[in-house]
Write a protein that binds this ligand. Sequence first.
Ligand code: 3PG
Length: 345
Amino acid sequence: MSAQVFHQAMGTLQSNRLLNNSGTHHELGNIRVQLIPKSFKLNIELSRNRNFRFGKKNFGIIQATASQTSVIESASSPSNHDTSDSKKKSNEAALILVRHGESLWNEKNLFTGCVDVPLTKKGVEEAIEAGKRISNIPVDMIYTSALIRAQMTAMLAMTQHRRRKVPIIMHNESEQARTWSQIFSEDTMKQSIPVVTAWQLNERMYGELQGLNKQETADRYGKEQVHVWRRSYDIPPPNGESLEMCAQRAVAYFKDQIEPQLQSGKNVMIAAHGNSLRSIIMYLDKLTSQEVISLELSTGIPMLYIFKEGKFIRRGSPAGPAEAGVYAYTRRLAQYRQKLDEMLH
Ligand SMILES: O=C(O)[C@H](O)COP(=O)(O)O
């Protein structure tokens, strides 16, 4: 499907022209669109997954799986109607990046990659500490990878958030999964944060190193060679992904799915992995393939960016509630924190 046809479809949807003709098919290029009035679902045979579903009102961006599509809440309208968390037309948004807490294979110093291992007790504590550090920063949407260590980190961090919204994993893997996980209360939706899991944010695939001990690997192949595999930009481990290959999926997903949310004023948290986040930070900070070699991310330490007028400004790691630190990084974040203080006292 061409981008032009897709945008034409989006334009039609957003103009709502299409929504006045319930029950009929419309041809938009190679897209067949049908509005089913009862459940306000559009069956659109689209070939690309463009976004996620959360709520039924304010049709806007469309989402497609293999063949089914549901119209979703437009990215510009907040996932709740409480504009304290995200201004509809704000030109500023907060972006939080956090690498998962320590995993069981991090603890054993094994190459993990796309092997799906959980957090250690220490990793759980790191995730909770990360949550304390971001507890006053608005979060309207959460993106994680398809791997449990990132999802655990996101959910555990949000237990510390002062806004007390409930993060809810969006199940779009099938039409039934989407139907069976629907929320039918506007009020409940206002108090929820959609969590989108995306394999594109998975850790780089470490190929034949997955499961090997990092020290033994260095003993076998040499420290320098392992460092090149772990930190270079375009040299992959044996039968694995280079950082560049990881960036091709992670950064593409960020630009395609996450950046439009920030542009609409949504505050976003991404809980992912050392290398998938390194590739995204390389894009945000415009690092060269030489500079990215020295970029290391610790487990469970959140990084805050402010997205403003199309630019990403790195603001460092938010201080913990006990630490003396910046009260808020922008006027809007200060207002948000003040509102939380008022709401909670
Ligand atoms: O996949 C792994 O082993 C870790 O998450 C990241 O490993 P690295 O720091 O060696 O890239």
